[in-house]
Design a protein around this ligand. Structure first.
Ligand code: DX5
Ligand code: ZN
Length: 214
């Protein structure tokens, strides 16, 4: 069954405990945490202290998406704060294999993220080593943007590689996911869908989770 990861970037930051509990009650599988540094992406969001604050209020794995330069420097702090999955952008990691090893050494599951224009080839030689590949379907930095349809072809490419090299791989999609775009991603082979606006702004969160899951 497709896993759903609501992004708390679209939550009410003044009530994060309630917002995380609301997502869990609505049937979410992961809580997606978008970390931005104002360098790799043109926005600043939250750090390890926010992960530490929400962690006691949910039993769901915290799926931490690092949109930051030099992620190696912060991986231990995010793990200590309670991250279960730590994903880094391939574009920020000149020594990607080393960074993945560091995530595992800290005891977390590892993910590698590709921007919409970054070719799947970039991760071909690490796909067997990671737990998750995250494909961006918007340019990272902000919630509420429109899905870039060209990215669907990349989902098929990753699914094809995964069948050969890593059948257990989580293939996660992030950006502009709603009921319609979710269906296209699932058909192409995605098995984890991140959604911010379409879940947190929905009138009925449980219904939104259900319709995105398909
Ligand atoms: C974008 C973030 C996404 C974002 C998704 O940089 O990585 O996780 O929160 O938000 P929506 O679902 O609103 O596009
Ligand atoms: Zn994200």
């Amino acid at each position: 069954m497709t896993k759903i990861a609501p992004s708390i970037l679209a939550a009410d930051f003044s009530r994060l405990q309630d917002e995380v509990e609301r997502a869990e009650a609505a049937g979410a599988d992961f809580i997606h945490v978008d970390v931005m540094d104002g360098h790799f992406v043109p926005n600043i969001t939250m750090g390890p202290n926010v992960v530490e604050a929400i962690q006691p209020h949910t039993s769901l794995p915290l799926d931490v998406h690092l949109m930051i330069e030099n992620p190696d420097q912060y991986i231990p702090a995010f793990r200590q704060a309670g991250a279960s999955i730590i994903s880094v952008h391939a574009e920020t990691c000149p020594h990607l294999h080393r960074t993945i090893s560091l995530i595992h050494a800290e005891g977390a599951k590892s993910g590698v993220v590709l921007n919409p224009h970054t070719p799947v080839d970039m991760i071909k030689h690490v796909i067997a080593d990671v737990d998750l590949v995250l494909l961006m379907t918007v340019n990272p930095g902000f919630g509420g943007q429109s899905f870039i349809p060209e990215a669907v072809e990349k989902i098929r490419e990753v699914a094809h590689l995964a069948a050969e090299k890593n059948p257990e791989l989580l293939i996660e999609i992030d950006g502009g996911i709603n009921e319609e775009t979710a269906a296209a991603c699932r058909d192409a082979g995605a098995n984890v869908l991140v959604a911010g606006s379409s879940i947190y702004k929905a009138e009925n969160m449980a219904e939104a989770v259900k319709s995105i899951r398909g």
